[in-house]
Design a protein around this ligand. Structure first.
Ligand code: GLU
Length: 294
C-alpha cells in the first residue's frame, strides 16, 4: 500500500513563530502516527515579499526543532508553468474572467451600499471569509473585445472565478472529508460560493495561493493536509478547484491556532517572538514541544 503523504508549506515572508512550529510538529507527528511521509514545500509565489534569507531560516528552524523531510523541497517559484497550465484548463472551461479593478475601485463600487448599511437602510455588503468585500462583478460583463484591447495595452489585471458560471457547471453540494488524530473521518459540507468571484490569478504573479496549493498538493500526491483553522474556509474553494481541474481531494485536518496572551493569532506584525529569538534566549526544542502540548 502506498504511504500517506503529509506536507508543511510555509511562506518565506518572515521568520517562523510558535504557530508555524505547532503546524510543522503536528504534521510530523501525524506522519509518524500514520506511517506516512513528510514533505516540505516553500510557498514563495509572492516574489516581492518572499526572501532567500527567510527560506534559509525555515530550513534552519525546522532542523533545530528536530524535523526531517524529504528532498527535493518543492519551491513554488520554480513551477509557475504548472500553475499556468492549470489556469489554461480553467480558462478553457469558461469559468474565469479578467478583472482590471483595483482595491480602491472595489471599495468605491460597494461604498454606496456600505453607507446605507451604516444608517440601517440596507444590509451590509457581503464579505468573504477573510473579511474582504465580495467582488461586485464590475468586470464580469466586459466584452471580449474590450478585454483583449486592455490586455494588449498592458493594463494590469487579475483573473477571477465566475461563480455564477460555476454554479451552473458544478451545481449541487461540494465537500471533503476531515480526519482527526485518531484517524476518524467525517464528511464536511463546503460552501465555496461564500468567496464570491475570488481571484485565482493575481495581478502581480501568475497564480494565487488557492491555485498553486491545489495544483501542488495533487502533483506531490499529498493525501493528508494538516494546516491551521484560519485556512479552513479556503478549503471550500480548494475542493471546487479540485473538481474543476479533475484533481483528487485529500483528507483535511484544520488544527487549533496558537494564540498570544491577548488571545490574538501570532503574527510578525504583532511582534510575536520568532523561533530564532526563542532559541537565542535559551529556549530548547523540548521546551517548545512541551509548550505546544506535544
Ligand atoms: N503557505 C501557507 C501559509 O504559510 C500555508 C498553506 C497551506 O498549508 O495550505 O500560511
Amino acid at each position: 500500500m502506498t504511504k500517506p503523504i503529509f506536507r508543511f508549506a510555509p511562506s518565506p515572508n518572515g521568520r517562523l513563530h510558535l504557530g508555524h512550529a505547532y503546524s510543522a510538529l503536528l504534521n510530523a507527528d501525524l506522519a509518524r502516527r500514520f506511517d506516512g511521509r513528510l514533505l516540505l514545500r516553500i510557498e514563495d509565489i509572492d516574489t516581492t515579499r518572499c526572501r532567500p534569507e527567510f527560506e534559509e531560516a525555515i530550513h534552519e528552524d525546522l532542523a533545530w526543532l528536530g524535523l526531517q523531510w524529504e528532498e527535493p523541497v518543492r519551491r513554488q517559484s520554480e513551477h509557475f508553468d504548472d500553475y499556468r497550465a492549470a489556469f489554461r484548463t480553467l480558462k478553457g472551461r469558461g469559468v474565469v474572467y479578467a478583472c482590471f479593478c483595483s482595491r480602491k475601485d472595489i471599495a468605491e463600487a460597494v461604498a454606496c451600499r456600505e453607507a446605507e448599511a451604516k444608517t440601517g437602510a440596507a444590509q451590509p455588503w457581503p464579505r468573504d471569509p477573510d473579511g474582504a468585500p465580495l467582488y461586485p462583478g464590475t468586470c464580469r460583463t466586459l466584452s471580449a473585445g474590450e478585454i483583449e484591447r486592455r490586455i494588449a495595452h498592458g493594463e494590469p489585471h487579475a483573473w477571477r472565478l465566475d461563480m455564477q458560471a460555476l454554479q451552473r457547471l458544478l451545481p449541487g453540494s461540494h465537500g471533503y472529508r476531515r480526519f482527526d488524530y485518531d484517524g476518524h473521518e467525517e464528511d464536511v459540507v463546503a460552501n465555496p460560493w461564500r468567496w464570491g468571484d475570488a481571484v485565482i490569478v493575481r495581478k502581480d504573479t501568475p497564480t494565487s495561493y488557492h491555485l498553486s496549493v491545489v495544483v501542488d498538493d495533487a502533483l506531490q500526491g499529498v493525501t493528508h493536509v494538516v494546516r491551521g483553522q484560519d485556512l479552513e474556509p479556503a478549503t471550500d474553494l480548494h475542493v471546487l478547484l479540485q473538481a474543476l481541474l479533475g484533481l483528487p481531494v485529500p483528507l483535511y485536518h484544520h488544527h487549533r491556532l496558537v494564540l498570544d496572551p491577548e488571545g490574538d493569532k501570532l503574527a510578525k506584525s504583532r511582534q510575536s517572538p520568532s523561533l530564532a529569538e526563542l532559541r537565542t534566549s535559551g529556549v530548547t526544542p523540548q521546551d517548545i514541544r512541551q509548550r505546544l502540548g506535544f
